[in-house]
Ligand binder design. Structure first.
Ligand SMILES: *Cc1c(COP(=O)(O)O)cnc(C)c1O
Length: 407
């Protein structure tokens, strides 16, 4: 008799997006001409930068010719891309990362979900609340938690992110071995300062713990004082793995390319207390279970670092950030406290009431869709996430309607 992985039965169904879809459908049936605007989208809306499109076309032509054809590439990614990443994303900012510490993949979601399998099942895991659900669910699947009780899994350490701490997780007050940090944050838009990250790095070194640093929204940072990479923080090479993605940076959500950095200094310990380099473990895992990102897609990612590519991706993220500013200013003018939107495409609005009541109000009175925060964790109750991933015209129209509806 084939039996299932029993941990999958602990997973709580997320009704969030089904619930939203159902309420939106009902609204559209009632008011088909309302001109619904979606500000709940966690996906980019603008097309690929032309530099990436040109690189894609050229690479496809190479694959079409016998003398330039390529089959399997290196599992960890082609050197041309790993070297461009190390140089532009890290060394240019004073972070000592080498090309062979970069593992190219088809998504930060897969990487952040897969990385946990190189750690023991009985490690103690800390998760900020609210959180990107992948961090939680992949640990549930791996058997690192007990059952869910009132929306929280037993055995996980939840770190509340609230207005009181600026929506940035505080150091744990109990032993923890692995912590997931995301900055700029999805869903709150909060971005960690150098001092806040330094405190986490110092804590991890003292605790022999590891930080998984999700920097998927790094390209939205504009404040010169904020770190773009955890490796800008002294000591981080020993205690941090960083994930990045071209999804939000360059509109690659449909194209798929990302990477994970595992520095050679990064250690975990085996049962006998011997240190083991995570670089070797992740190399083994990645080369066993993954066969590389397609050649044209890696050429498209390389083009992000060309002079035109840098200018075009900057223009893309600038456009989303202009939307974010307008959204943030609009809600603040209505007296609702907001986080994010400055160095992030998300704005986390404290609605001062039940989030679903606020969702219904925006839908019925303004024909605008947002995302209720409770779907990201208990601390998200009373909050909604507003996304800047939309056209400028849609954002302006939505904010005018919201201002009228809430006035
Ligand atoms: C969008 C997003 C990613 C990127 O995932 P991909 O699989 O690379 O598209 C990673 N982490 C967070 C928090 C995200 O919101």
């Amino acid at each position: 008799m084939i039996r299932i992985n029993p941990h999958y039965q602990k997973l709580q169904a997320s009704y969030l997006f089904a619930d939203i879809a159902q309420r939106v459908r009902a609204f559209q049936q009632r008011r088909p001409d309302a001109g619904l605007i979606r500000l709940g989208i966690g996906d980019v809306t603008e097309p690929l930068p032309p530099a990436c499109v040109a690189a894609l076309h050229a690479a496809v032509d190479e694959l079409a010719q016998a003398d330039t054809f390529r089959g399997y590439g290196p599992e960890q990614g082609y050197d041309f891309l790993r070297e461009a990443i190390a140089r532009h994303d890290f060394q240019a900012r004073g972070a000592q990362i080498d090309a062979d510490e970069v593992f190219v993949s088809d998504g930060a979601k897969c990487d952040v979900g897969n990385i946990q399998e190189i750690f023991a099942t009985d490690i103690r895991v800390a998760i900020p609340d609210p959180v990107y659900p992948v961090y939680v669910d992949t640990n549930v699947m791996a058997g690192r938690t007990g059952a869910a009780v009132q929306g929280r899994y037993q055995g996980l350490v939840y770190l509340p992110c609230t207005a009181a701490n600026g929506y940035v997780p505080q150091l744990p007050d109990q032993p923890v071995d692995l912590i997931y940090l995301c900055s700029p944050n999805n869903p709150t838009g909060a971005t960690m300062t150098r001092a806040q990250l330094q405190a986490w790095v110092d804590w991890a070194r003292a605790a022999k713990a590891l930080i998984l640093f999700d920097a998927a929204y790094e390209a939205f940072i504009r404040d010169d004082g904020l770190p773009h990479s955890i490796y800008e923080i002294p000591g981080a090479r020993e205690v941090a793995i960083e994930m990045r993605s071209y999804s939000k940076t360059a509109g690659f959500t449909g194209l798929r390319c990302a990477y994970t950095v595992v520095p050679r200094d990064c250690m975990a310990w085996c049962d006998t207390g011997e240190p083991v380099a995570l670089h070797g473990l992740w190399t083994r895992r990645h080369t066993t279970k993954f066969n590389g990102v397609s050649y044209p897609v890696q050429r498209a990612a390389e083009a992000v670092y060309s002079p035109e590519g840098r200018q075009q991706t900057r223009a893309l993220t600038d456009g989303y950030l202009r939307n974010a500013q307008a959204i943030r200013a609009g809600f603040q003018a209505l007296g609702l406290p907001c986080t994010g939107g400055d160095n992030s495409p998300y704005i986390w609005v404290d609605t001062g009431r039940d989030a679903w009541a606020f969702f219904d109000l925006l839908l019925d009175k303004a024909a605008v869709v947002c995302t209720p925060g409770a779907g990201f964790g208990r601390c998200g109750q009373r909050h909604v996430r507003i996304s800047a991933f939309n056209s400028q015209a849609n954002v302006e129209a939505a904010m005018q309607r919201i201002a009228r509806a809430l006035a």
